[in-house]
Design a protein around this ligand. Sequence first.
Ligand SMILES: [Zn+2]
Length: 308
Amino acid sequence: MSADDPGDADRLDDPDDADRLDDPVVTRVEVPVDTRAPDGTTNAYVLDGLLVDPAARTDALDAAVAERGSSPSGGPADALAAPSVEAIAVTHAHPDHVGAVADYAALTGATVVAREGHADRFAAAAGIAPDETVAPGETVADTAVRAVDTPGHAPDHVAFAVGGPEAGGPPERSSRAVLCCGDLAVAEGSVAVAAPEGDLAAYLASLERVRDAGYDRLLPGHGPAIDDPAATCRRLIEHRIARERDVIAAIDGGAADLDAVVDGAYEKDLSGVRDLALATVAAHVEKLVTEGRVEGAWRARLADRGFE
Ligand SMILES: [Zn+2]
């Protein structure tokens, strides 16, 4: 789907994969958001009865939630299938992921689910209190979708998994393992992990877990699907490690405050994104202080700029 055509829904099941008829049927709808999302859009998904990240209400998303059932056949079984949306959840409560949670809760009557321990944050962002919470490792409401712990980009960040061997059934009928991964990963470029909310150590650990979990496909909150999950996780980990090297080099080179680290660690022109670069560098410095790899005085320098 092209970025200038945000209204269409994509069926992400692969019709050529005829021997895997029970692959999870996933519908993606790219919806426009007026926040700082990378390309001005966020992907909402319907996967196995769970509506994920309804960031805005659109006709295409209305149509996706009105579709029936998760039966891929379109046959008579569909008539007996449950409504397509039984529950609504978000990968994290950033403004570009929660905008239409309340709208679709009212429209569908689906169970609204927040991550355990973050119900207040969810309610404040989405404007609606959750009906229940889910902890990582559990299934979401009455769906078969599993919540997967992926903090880092935000403290409440969670991903949603369907399919794969854990879904049960004989091996020849096992489906592809798909992870709706929010802002953990993107196909190109990188996602923001910025202080004070972002936690780089947690983010790297999340990437390593997802890298090793053997998913066949990642469905990110922004941009196209990721069909090489392990390679993409490795690329994103390497990107962070390279930036960390640049931050350490700037500090070793005599940078005495966060702004000087930003100047030393980035070669590109930062006009327009300097605040994000500063918050990113702050997240790196927080990690390095915690790990004892830069002197403790950096804690005060972080506080000076409003971090921590
Ligand atoms: Zn976010």
